[in-house]
Design a protein around this ligand. Structure first.
Ligand SMILES: Nc1ncnc2c1ncn2[C@@H]1O[C@H](COP(=O)(O)OP(=O)(O)OP(=O)(O)O)[C@@H](O)[C@H]1O
Length: 249
């Protein structure tokens, strides 16, 4: 009985994404180094840190867009470091970049179709599921993405990434460029996607809202992890509060 409980507990906290000793950069310039982090299944982790800390570079490296120089990236235990981005997409991980994350000339409906490469009937079933998850998208099905608001476009980008039913989603600054009202809705969308069982690793400039939405937090500075812990530990940290949350405790 004890064995079973222990097994169940370790299953519940299993890391869906596990990064160890990762180094990456551009050409000969190393930007991220010595990065080790884990995203447990079904949880939200939020990376915060100052401009230029290497947050987006780290996410791009995990997504396979920037090549890893050294280290390991595992999704559900399978090594993906060194695989091209297209193969990484088949590993159960999806990536929503900060910019150019939808085809502006295509409608919502067509964009969602671009997110999945299954056969027609599976693609339609996946698209119906996205409309169920984001009912606000349904009336926008025939509208070109270029004519949508920033928040609506972000929802289409999430939908595209979810078409292949990933276990983990990488989000680069999902609140960037949104109005304060839309920012709240976007974080609500992140929670909703997570409630469907999708683990999330997101980079956020909006450190307060990002950490409030997340279970775990990671602080990056100068290409390295400066601090990591539960989101509430970071929210209650005097250093984090002073440097990133815009207030002193
Ligand atoms: N394509 C690139 N080629 C060369 N250097 C780059 C490239 N993209 C980013 N960098 C450099 O890498 C460093 C980290 O940038 P990165 O965008 O990863 O930081 P960030 O923490 O996401 O910053 P921000 O919060 O401002 O978006 C910066 O010095 C940046 O100039």
């Amino acid at each position: 009985m004890l064995l079973k409980l222990t097994w169940e507990a370790s299953y519940l906290t299993e890391a869906i994404l596990s990064v160890s000793d990762l180094r990456s950069g551009y050409g000969r310039t190393v930007i991220c180094d010595d990065i080790s982090l884990q995203v447990p299944a079904g949880q939200i982790s939020c990376i915060i840190g100052p401009n230029g800390a290497g947050k987006s570079t780290l996410l791009k490296t995990i997504a396979g867009v920037v090549p890893a120089i050294a280290g390991s990236i595992r999704v559900s235990g399978a090594e993906i470091a060194g695989l091209p981005a297209a193969q990484v997409a088949g590993s159960g991980m999806a990536y929503v970049p900060q910019e150019a994350n939808v085809f502006r000339a295509l409608t919502t409906h067509e964009n969602l179709a671009m997110g999945g490469w299954q056969d027609e009937s599976r693609m339609q079933a996946a698209r119906d599921r996205i409309y169920e998850m984001f009912p606000d998208l349904k009336p926008l099905a025939r509208v070109p993405a270029g004519n949508l608001s920033g928040g609506q476009r972000q929802m289409v980008a999430f939908g595209m990434a979810l078409m292949l039913e990933p276990k983990v989603l990488l989000l680069d600054e999902p609140s960037a460029g949104l109005s304060p009202l839309m920012v709240g809705e976007m974080f609500e969308t992140v929670r909703r996607v997570n409630a469907e069982g999708v683990a999330i690793l997101m980079v956020e400039q909006n450190a307060l809202q990002g950490l409030k939405t997340a279970h775990e937090g990671i602080v990056m500075a100068s290409g390295r992890i400066a601090m990591q812990g539960t989101a509430s530990e970071l929210l209650n940290s005097a250093d984090v509060s002073e440097l990133y949350l815009g207030s002193r405790i």
